[in-house]
Design a protein around this ligand. Structure first.
Ligand SMILES: Nc1nc2c(c(=O)[nH]1)N[C@H]1C(S)=C(S)[C@@H](COP(=O)(O)O)O[C@H]1N2
Ligand SMILES: [Mo]
Length: 245
């Protein structure tokens, strides 16, 4: 990573901190090799142990087996259990709602298997996601006339995303409770993340806490930093052909 690349979605903005430094902060040494005990315990337990020592959130640069990079623009993200997780639906709706994890689990679930594509170049083919279609939650809330967009909030306190109402109503947009056929783990945005299958992965907001129906598109975190709000894979200013960083 260098200063040039620091505005890539997934990298923490504006901090020209060298990979070596980050790795040494994590106690990995310059080779950047995640050593065997960490692999045995699972990468996530390693990352959660490391995250306290990584104020930059650059643990996303670590190698991992599944092909995913673990990204967070926030330096630390609280953990939410089934007991304290809530997803609010509000704004231009007739029935503002707060869902618990159990109430989301009780709704019909949709499973999609698509390729995940980050604009920085990495890609994970055939990844299963499962959850509630966003359109179902919007219908339940009763979207008012004059509504044209959705604003997504995250409990990391920093990230945000947006979709037009038309995009949000697509059948391949999920409020995902499962990823890779298991509950969404904290590192991947659990317990609940957005999954916008046809768009670059920055649209798939992790640690989803709020869905607000709005009259106009309010740009999200990376969108304020120059990335397209209409982030169709292959048809937007993402850089799917860029080398993996
Ligand atoms: N809350 C939050 N959501 C986020 C991000 C983030 O930094 N914070 N990064 C986005 C980007 S750029 C990517 S590529 C994916 C990465 O998801 P992963 O960490 O599960 O691989 O999450 C997206 N959603
Ligand atoms: Mo990304």
């Amino acid at each position: 990573m260098n200063a040039e690349q620091s505005d890539d979605p997934g990298e923490t903005g504006g901090k020209p901190l060298g990979r070596r430094l980050v790795l040494s902060m994590l106690g990995l040494g310059a080779a950047g090799v995640v050593t065997a005990p960490y692999l045995q315990n699972g990468l996530e337990s390693f990352l959660s142990a490391a995250s306290g020592k990584d104020p930059t959130g650059l643990t996303g640069l670590l190698p991992n087996g599944g092909g995913f990079r673990y990204y967070s623009v926030a330096s630390s993200v609280p953990h939410k259990s089934a007991a304290d997780y809530r997803l609010t639906v509000d704004g231009l709706v007739d029935h503002p709602t707060a869902y618990t994890l159990d109430s989301l689990r009780a709704l019909p679930q949709t499973r999609l298997v698509r390729d995940v594509q980050c604009v920085t170049g990495w890609r994970v083919p055939g990844t299963p996601f499962e959850g509630v279609q966003l359109s179902r939650l919007l219908d339940a809330a009763g979207v008012r006339p004059g509504a044209r967009a959705i604003r997504f909030k995250c409990f990391d306190g920093t990230y945000s995303e947006s979709l037009t109402l038309e995009q949000a109503r697509r059948a391949d947009v999920l409020v995902a409770l499962r990823m890779q056929d298991k509950p969404v783990v904290h590192a991947h945005g659990g317990p609940v993340r957005l999954y916008v299958a046809p768009m670059y992965f920055y649209k798939s907001a992790k640690w989803l806490s709020g869905i607000t129906v709005t009259s106009d598109v309010q740009r999200g975190y990376w969108e304020e930093r120059g990335y397209d709000t209409d982030a169709w894979v292959g048809k937007s200013n993402g850089r799917g052909d860029a080398p993996t960083v």
